[in-house]
Design a protein around this ligand. Structure first.
Ligand code: ISL
Length: 589
């Protein structure tokens, strides 16, 4: 295929933007309750502006009992007391917009909190709200069922397991039926088959857009449509796993309806979190392609590579596995649709600990991973703290964990005897728990890392004495400054267009240590080459893989995580050696 030119570019502000994700609970606490808050974000607006980010994705700040840290919403149109007031939120929005930074809010509409008034009212079977949720009778025909959930040892309506462990159904004594919860028991799934539910959600979305937000990040948005065995039968006729709810039968209809009702007539950004693995590209383009309802999506293919069956089990992965995942998405959405490039968020371990080396090569590998995020084709995401190379936390006891996705399964396994002791699974939990991402931002080397004057809701990483924003900003060779250089290169340089819109072509697709690729737009070519090994690695540009003669090319170094020494600048573009965890970006001319 001929290289795209600037004439081919389908420009959009959210394609050219850098997105910074704020998990408010752990960002900055101003009232000393040990929990981050919205005034704390306002205090750091100049920090975000100096970092150079364009969009803030704000995790949920709505009223919630915090069974799942705000992803169990009790009132979509009010602010959680711990985070502040709606006036605080208005000030935050104004402060961001004053700095030309946009705000997208988290839209969590697969489920509500069980303390939402809709669910409270739904427990009256005669209420109009009863069918806002998915109620089903249990089964008594299950051989050998020994757990007690309902009357006469009734079993749940089917065998679906929650993402957080245990049955995906909870029995409600008042109603005398079970309700579906794909996540925690305190997160009942909404019944999207009910047009009244859809209308309530669309009205709420309009309400937030009318307040001036710039879009939404849509939580597990591909789970909304449950399979007919559940929606059309009571009790459900299917006993398969709840994965059938992923990309369910009416999901495109529901999202098209949302797009038409709320999004179509506005220049807003819609990021869909697509839980699951191995989504085919036709489905992906149906979500984010030219006629799709969404702008872009988060897939999970790379963050499930190391997932074992349970939260404490980890699978080994190779660079080839990682590269294969991204190749599939880079090529799959090359001509239609748009990728989001992330390596961490509030649900994932810290990227330098998971994909890099958080020991001897922490700085080099953190910069290399940042280079990957910023030079693949797609919108790059910085999860709070990644810009200073924050690492996983040294959890030592179950009591140190806070996350329902960690605590529930571990408590169940210890109670059932499936696991003998916490120490047997501590290593896996340290690697995989979402709590790794949720430790407070390390602003400085003071007590609690400058996050709070109170008792932090979760442990502050002891390494904050060395790894903190204040130290990073004073060190021109820090990860923080390297992120700044990447942001400038992508947002405000003469190679910005090729970095954002250039075609992606992988090189040496089976190299065990080095991942290299070319980005092409018109006559502009960038070579990005990343050594994922802790030793020196040789690499080259295979003549047969490119439409130019590597021997004829000059390689102008634009960025390297080892600086611009002779080894990085004086190279023959055709072949060269990379140092451990070395990343380089060249302009080929
Ligand atoms: O699949 C996971 C990690 O690889 C889970 O941690 C997570 O449940 C999944 O990513 C879906 O996440 C979203 O929905 C959940 C909420 O707990 C997560 O924080 C949110 O990002 C339920 O709302």
């Amino acid at each position: 295929m001929a290289a795209p030119t600037t004439d081919d570019i389908d420009r959009a502000w959210w394609k050219e933007s850098v997105i910074y994700q704020i998990y408010p609970r752990s960002f900055n606490d101003t009232d000393g309750d040990g929990v981050g808050d919205i005034p704390g974000i306002i205090e750091k607006l100049d920090y975000l502006d100096e970092l150079g980010v364009d969009i803030i994705w704000l995790n949920p700040v709505y009223e919630s009992p915090n069974a799942d840290n705000g992803y169990d919403i009790a009132d979509y149109q009010s602010i959680m007391d711990e985070f502040g007031t709606m006036d605080d939120w208005e000030r935050l929005l104004d402060g961001l917009h004053d700095r030309d930074i946009k705000l997208i809010m988290d839209l969590v509409v697969n489920h509500t909190s069980d303390e939402h008034e809709w669910f409270v009212n739904a427990r009256d079977v005669d209420s109009e709200y009863h069918d806002y949720y998915i109620w089903r009778h249990g089964r008594t025909d299950v051989d050998g069922f020994t757990g007690h959930h309902g009357p006469e040892d009734e079993a749940p309506p089917n065998e679906w397991e929650s993402f957080f462990g245990g049955p995906a159904w909870a029995y409600d004594e008042e109603v005398g039926k079970w309700y579906l919860h794909l996540f925690d028991e305190k997160q009942p799934d909404l019944n999207w088959e009910n047009p009244a539910v859809r209308e309530e959600v669309f009205d709420m979305m309009e309400w937030w857009l009318d307040k001036g937000i710039d879009g939404f990040r849509m939580d597990v948005i591909n789970l909304l449509s449950k399979p007919p065995e559940v929606t059309d039968h009571d009790p459900p006729t299917n006993t398969s796993q709840m994965w059938d709810s992923i990309d369910g039968p009416r999901i495109h209809e529901f999202l098209d309806e949302m797009h038409e009702a709320v999004l179509d007539d506005k220049d807003v950004f819609a990021l869909g979190e697509m839980i699951g693995q191995g989504m085919d590209m036709e489905t992906a383009r149906r979500y984010v392609g030219a006629d799709g309802p969404l702008s872009t999506l988060f897939h999970f293919d790379h963050v499930l590579l190391d997932h074992g069956g349970v939260i404490w089990e980890t699978n080994e992965w190779t660079l080839n596995d990682l590269r294969d995942v991204f190749n599939r998405w880079q090529y799959g959405l090359a001509d239609e649709g748009w990728n989001s490039i992330y390596l961490s968020n509030h649900d994932q371990p810290r990227l330098v600990s998971r994909f890099g080396n958080d020991g001897e090569y922490r700085e080099e590998s953190a910069k290399l991973l940042a280079t990957l995020i910023f030079t693949l084709r797609g919108t790059p995401y910085i999860f709070q703290g990644a810009e200073i190379g924050m690492t996983n936390y040294p959890f030592d006891s179950l009591e140190e964990f806070r996350d329902v996705e960690t605590v529930n399964p571990v408590e169940n396994a210890l109670e059932s005897g499936a696991v003998d002791s916490f120490d047997d699974i501590k290593h896996g939990l340290r690697q995989n728990s979402r709590d790794n991402a949720r430790t407070p931002i390390q602003w400085d080397d003071s007590d609690n890392a400058g996050f709070t004057d109170g008792e932090p809701w979760i442990g502050v990483n002891p390494n904050h004495d060395e790894i903190n924003v204040e130290a990073a900003r004073q060190d021109e060779d820090s990860i923080w400054h390297y992120y700044r250089e990447l942001i400038d290169l992508r947002s405000d340089s003469d190679v910005s267009d090729v970095m954002v819109y250039g075609r992606y072509d992988v090189l040496i697709n089976d190299h065990e240590e080095v991942w290299s690729y070319i980005r092409t737009l018109g006559d502009e070519r960038l070579l990005i080459t990343l050594n994922f090994a802790e030793w020196e690695s040789h690499t080259w540009i295979p003549e047969e893989e490119v439409d130019f003669d590597p021997q004829e090319m000059e390689a102008e170094l634009l960025l390297s995580n080892y600086g611009d020494d002779e080894r990085a600048t004086d190279v023959d573009a055709a072949a060269f050696d990379l140092r451990p965890w070395e990343a380089r970006v060249y302009r080929l001319t």
